[in-house]
Ligand binder design. Sequence first.
Ligand code: NAD
Length: 478
Amino acid sequence: MIETFQNYIAGEWVVGSNITIDENPSDLDSPVGKFGVVDAQRTLDAVGAAQKAQPTWAATTPQRRADVLDAIGSEILARKAELGRLLAMEEGKSLSESIGEAARAGQIFKFFAGEALRIPGEWLASTRPGVGIEITREPVGVVGIIAPWNFPLAIPAWKIAPALAYGNTVVFKPAETVPGCAWALAQIISRAGLPQGAFNLVIGSGRTVGQAILDAPGLDALSFTGSVATGNQLLRSAAQRGLKIQLEMGGKNPLIVLADADLDNAVQCAVNGAYFSTGQRCTASSRLIVESAVHDEFVERLQQKLASLKVGPALAEDTDIGPVASQQQFEQDLAYIQIGKDEGATLLWGGEQLDPGPRGYYLQPALFAAEPGHRIATEEIFGPVACVMPADGYDHALALANDTEFGLCAGICTTSLKHATHFKRHAQVGMAMVNLPTAGVDPHVAFGGRKGSSYGAREQGRYAAEFYTTVKTAYTAA
Ligand code: NAD
């Protein structure tokens, strides 16, 4: 008997309608579970419950909020192997990557448990005699959280934890392909001692449930991670109703490899950044920009490394790269591989569908030699597909790296302090990496991008307070 993953509204578990199979991309004949979706009215009920619970939750002591978040973090960490297994089955990430993600989700709750006790404020003397000024942070109210499928535990954690820490209540909509992880997280949250209605899980499509969250009159802010197209659509609607919004969207992240780099490390950074997690990371290094002097040697070593990687079922111990997460994403990856061939890019390695045993969405990592203007070198593919391009020195490499509508993350491999320092200052991104993969960030510091990748306040770390609180300036005459 497989589990039916349920919704959680106003403190009650709700099965939902249209019971659908939750697919296992590693083995289409062994589904992960079933789930039912809610309709627009149920979504409005969830927002109403969050609205009702918000004053009670905001009035709790910081210690109580810290204790609740700490309990959630502790349970996630204690069950990271089990949660990681569910994540691997549902999303297709390798088991070790999935357990790592579960642990990260636990650490994020622990971090924000501490932040609940450290909500910052200021006292300043006024320019007028005998007047004091307090600057405090208050909760925003009811926060809608709309998440993508590629980090089904960590991304919800880095939105839900700060929302609750600062006294907000939450309506969370996961992507429809990962209801199991959302349900498992909701179960843990439901046991942690929140007031009824302070946290709600609504499963359903973006068009119905996502739209209903956005349109709900009781919503005070919306935090979204997903594609540029959806994000921009949400931004327009939010602007019309004056809603506070935060968007984390796509990337086409460059990794520069200079001639003076440690090539072993550069190849490792490229493989990790471009292909681990099946390339399904907004921070994936999908553009490898390599100084001409070492280009051919780098490509040769990278191909050797790719040949040694095992693509297989997410739960298999020897799997380096799991399947693509869904049929839709699989078709998108294959379409882009064809686009690359059609526009004249040279497929240097991989790009074939694989059949390692069970029926699933298995794809060999693909490496193209591409021109900067090719679509595969400019558009986000969100799969295990990377392009390599030569550059005539550092200045050319930096110009190529910045020549994109995106600005999430950029990396450089070099032993030159001068170039590393210049790169950190001049890469037009929110996150810069030196001798590290572009993917892989710490949970306690700011996360986000610029240009077309992000909109609004940064996520994570202490910077999360910008979005999840509103500032009040109070004047008192003595
Ligand atoms: P998506 O935009 O298709 O969906 C994201 C979420 O939005 C889902 O929950 C979906 O149901 C919902 N949604 C879709 N249409 C909606 C609508 N009209 N109204 C309200 N909600 C709607 O993205 P995806 O395919 O789930 O995720 C992949 C994308 O996410 C990639 O572009 C990737 O780069 C991006 N991403 C960005 C970050 C980041 O932090 N920058 C992190 C992870 C993923």
